[in-house]
Design a protein around this ligand. Structure first.
Ligand SMILES: Nc1ncnc2c1ncn2[C@@H]1O[C@H](COP(=O)(O)OP(=O)(O)OP(=O)(O)O)[C@@H](O)[C@H]1O
Ligand SMILES: [Mg+2]
Length: 506
């Protein structure tokens, strides 16, 4: 096996030799949680900190084996691995096998070495046969929107059973929005659940100590060692959503985001209601004289959503107030209809395909008609809707009730292009549609906005030919309503009734 040579050619920065951690780095090093995550703006000091942590582990646990990973082999070699070698003192390095990307470090125990494997993490497969002492995932998100899959993280957690400890892992990354890192480490509900489990362990109610998770979210400005003016210049030369994601480390902005301009932050509340995108319940009174309309997205097991809007002309400009939403999975038609009726309405704008027949040969429109609600066919043109919503947001002519419409707000914030669109490998832009990127309330808003006929008549409604029927798929009636088959949401009514496999996504 080739001995490592030419070590002297690796540039070492003198600052690395006497590392004094910044407060956020210190908090990270001192945390005793089994899993840790630092999500930050660019250059907050993640790679330096992560390298130091792994080097510390190799010395504290002689004979241990660590994985340092990044999504792609190229990014790993050119960034994290390169930096690691800059940071790791030469005297510790015993050997490096370039082909296997395997490094042996000397330890305080003579003749005992700790090993580090540099691995790309685009698929969990190769990890399946490893027993490891610890791991570090650097940059779970790449700039093109690709990310280390959650299955890789799960596999790494499952491989922590090398005979030598510490059996811990950590992640450092730029923000990728409300992704799996957020779900595991930052979601307040998950943090509360973890706390409760720990309490039950401490109180002796459960015998096994739960895995502990620690996280911190820091902006670039937390690192004073960056060149003078670095943050200020980036701030001045980049759009606001870039600044939010790459300097503030905000979870509300991510690659491929469709509506980065949407702002419901606390800062936006310094502006008057008509200059922001959301408002609090008490701030706007919906006048009985304003025109009111509804948008509706039909679901079976997937959520059914109704979005309630009112149009008001203020100082010659039309403003759309979204004042309420109904959002319910496995919704009973009777209850949805009741909600609409109780609010004083007997029709909603809906997907034109709600006029096609579904299970038991009745159309969603028929089903709602028997509850006294008319599903008026709107248009289903996503491009037009996106253009329109961008315009409303830019001009501050849409205002959503933040207290009453959490699902709609969440679906506007999480709306994302799929990664082939981000990379530009497909001609036509396609939004992501999966459980992490639901679009039910957004669809309801689409039918509402297009139903208003607000897009300068370009897509004026035609009640005679409401839309084109969906394409035929194997085993599916030509005119079936697609919601019956949405496997994205396991929306497979007919198959459940028949006990068949369902047919998959449209
Ligand atoms: N505690 C520290 N003491 C001295 N310099 C530091 C410290 N922390 C970070 N730095 C320096 O700040 C710069 C950025 O650090 P680093 O590359 O670790 O950040 P990062 O968060 O990984 O950046 P990126 O987001 O670009 O991957 C480097 O030059 C690093 O040496
Ligand atoms: Mg880095």
């Amino acid at each position: 096996m080739a001995r490592r040579h030419r070590l002297n050619r690796i540039r070492k920065l003198s600052v690395m030799d006497d590392y004094t951690p910044l407060p956020h780095q210190k908090a990270f090093h001192q945390s005793d949680a089994k899993y840790r995550a630092m999500v930050s703006g660019v250059g907050a000091g993640k790679t330096l900190m992560g390298s130091k942590e792994v080097i510390k582990w190799t010395q504290l646990y002689p004979g241990s084996l660590f994985v340092i990973g990044r999504l792609t082999a190229k990014a790993l070699r050119e960034t994290t691995q390169k930096r690691f070698f800059e940071i790791c003192p030469n005297y510790l390095i015993d050997d490096f096998n370039k082909t296997e990307a395997k490094l042996w470090l000397k330890t305080p125990k003579s003749g005992v070495y700790s090993e580090i494997l540099f691995m790309h993490l685009d698929e969990p497969g190769p990890l399946g046969s490893l027993d490891i002492s610890g791991f570090w995932i650097d940059e779970a998100h790449e700039p093109d929107g690709e990310e280390v899959p959650v299955t890789t993280f799960q596999m790494l957690m499952a491989r922590l059973r090398h005979e030598v400890g510490p059996h811990r892992g950590f992640i450092t990354s730029n923000s990728g929005g409300k992704d799996w890192i957020w779900n595991y480490f930052f979601d307040p509900k998950k943090i509360a659940r973890d706390k409760e489990l720990l309490r039950r362990y401490v109180d002796g109610e459960i015998a096994v100590k739960p895995a502990t998770f620690w996280s911190v979210n820091v902006p670039t400005s937390a690192n004073p060692f960056l060149p003078e003016g670095y943050v200020e210049q980036l701030k001045a030369n980049n759009p606001e959503h870039w600044v939010k994601r790459f300097l503030d480390g905000s979870f509300d902005v991510f690659e491929g985001q469709i509506f980065p301009e949407f702002d419901d932050s606390e800062f936006s509340y310094e502006l008057p209601v008509l200059e922001r995108h959301t408002y609090r319940d008490h701030e706007v009174e919906i006048s009985p004289f304003w025109r009111k309309e509804r948008g509706f997205d039909f679901g079976v097991t997937a959520p059914t959503a109704t979005i309630y809007g009112a149009v008001a002309e203020i100082d010659g400009v039309e403003h759309l107030f979204i004042y309420d939403e109904y959002y319910q999975a496995n919704a009973e038609i009777e209850l949805v209809a009741k909600d609409i009726k109780q609010k004083g309405f007997d029709y909603v704008y809906a997907d034109p395909s709600t006029q096609y027949k579904g299970a038991d040969k009745r159309t969603p429109a028929d089903l709602y008609m028997s509850e006294g609600i008319v599903l008026l066919p709107s248009t289903n043109n996503e491009d037009t809707f996106f253009t329109l919503l961008h315009r409303y947001l830019r001009q501050n002519t849409i205002h959503i009730n933040k207290d009453r419409c959490p699902n709609l707000i969440n679906e506007i914030k999480s709306a994302a292009w799929d990664s082939s669109t981000v990379k530009g490998t497909v001609g036509r832009e396609k939004p992501r549609k999966d459980l992490a990127h639901p679009d039910h309330a957004r669809d309801a808003l689409k039918y509402l906005m297009l139903g208003l006929g607000a897009f300068e008549g370009q897509n004026a409604l035609n009640p005679v030919t409401p839309g084109n029927p969906v394409e035929t798929r194997q085993g599916q009636d030509f005119n079936d309503h697609p919601s019956y088959y949405e496997d994205e949401d396991n929306d497979c009514w007919e198959d459940l009734m028949k006990g068949n496999e369902y047919y998959g996504i449209i």
